[in-house]
Design a protein around this ligand. Structure first.
Ligand SMILES: [Zn+2]
Length: 300
């Protein structure tokens, strides 16, 4: 099999941005056009961008679902920005890749560069795997379903954590929470998309594996996206995705709600940094032995 020089990744750089004092961070709304305001969702567009109704409706549904599951309702701004204007408005590159911070979700108007690259590179997959992906993402592959819609819901999921806290004991737990949240929503409301994204996580994880350097969660914490590089970082995200699939199946919404509480209560602004044994004890105490075991299991 040819090497797959994947360059795409799921952006979760929130830790690198200074906390904002307002929610949503309205400094990011300057220069954008207000399109609509209802049900605690405000929509903006940049000059050359239009609203993508499909993704907006998905986020609308997801917000209603998360509000109900977590028993909260806070304002969210959705900002559609064209790829050419991306760097003028969004928190960070690459153009078109969904990102969230401080109550704002940036969405691309066009397909993201990441999805375009993925579509090209996935053509190098063995025929069987390509066929499997085409059964979910179409032929030719349209990876927007993953890199726009799925990632947008993941990003919205982050906000239900970041609204309360943003310095978790472990970054991998923060990422797992957002993916687990998205997973619950998709399984419940969009089963076809849930199947497609799980299939992609399996195929993508396998395809990346021969080309990555780091596999331990310690390295994920230490190096994160800048140190790991896009491909290795995405491999970790795929592993967390597969873990989220199991969490949803075994612990459903109850586990998700409890994981959120855990993240907030053990935030580093409130508690000391835990070592592995302390983390394990605390997870077992708050989430139960079975869920703690699944959370901490890591086959690499
Ligand atoms: Zn994330």
């Amino acid at each position: 099999m040819k090497p797959l020089p994947f360059l795409f990744f799921i952006l979760c750089l929130a830790n690198f941005i200074q906390a904002q004092s307002t929610w949503p961070d309205i400094s990011k709304h300057q220069g954008l056009n207000l399109v609509s305001e209802a049900d605690n969702i405000t929509v903006f567009t940049s000059e050359n961008a239009q609203v993508d109704d499909h993704t907006l409706n998905l986020l609308w549904d997801a917000k209603r679902y998360f509000d109900q599951v977590f028993g909260m309702d806070f304002p969210v701004s959705i900002l559609f920005v064209s790829n050419s204007e991306w760097n003028d408005y969004a928190y960070f590159p690459p153009p078109g890749m969904p990102q969230a911070w401080a109550g704002n979700i940036f969405l691309g108007n066009e397909k993201s560069i990441v999805a375009i690259q993925a579509e090209q590179q996935l053509q190098n997959l063995p025929a069987e795997q390509l066929k499997e992906l085409q059964s979910h993402f179409g032929d030719p592959l349209n990876m927007d379903l993953f890199y726009r819609n799925n990632v947008a819901v993941h990003e919205l999921g982050h906000l239900y954590h970041f609204f309360e806290a943003s310095k978790p004991q472990k970054r991998w737990l923060q990422e797992l929470f957002a993916t687990y949240a998205a997973r619950n929503f998709l399984v419940k409301s969009h089963p076809k998309m849930a199947k497609a994204t799980a299939a992609y996580a399996e195929v993508g994880s396998e395809a990346h594996f021969p080309f990555i350097k780091h596999t331990s969660l310690e390295k994920f914490e230490e190096l994160y996206l800048p140190g790991l590089g896009a491909q290795n970082y995405e491999w970790f995200q795929f592993q967390l995705f597969k873990k989220a699939v199991k969490l949803q199946e075994k612990f459903g919404e109850k586990g998700l709600i409890e994981l959120r509480v855990f993240l907030i209560q053990t935030d580093l602004t409130e508690t000391e940094k835990m070592d592995y044994a302390q983390l394990q004890n605390q997870l077992e105490e708050q989430l139960g032995i079975d869920m703690a075991e699944l959370l901490l299991s890591w086959g690499y």
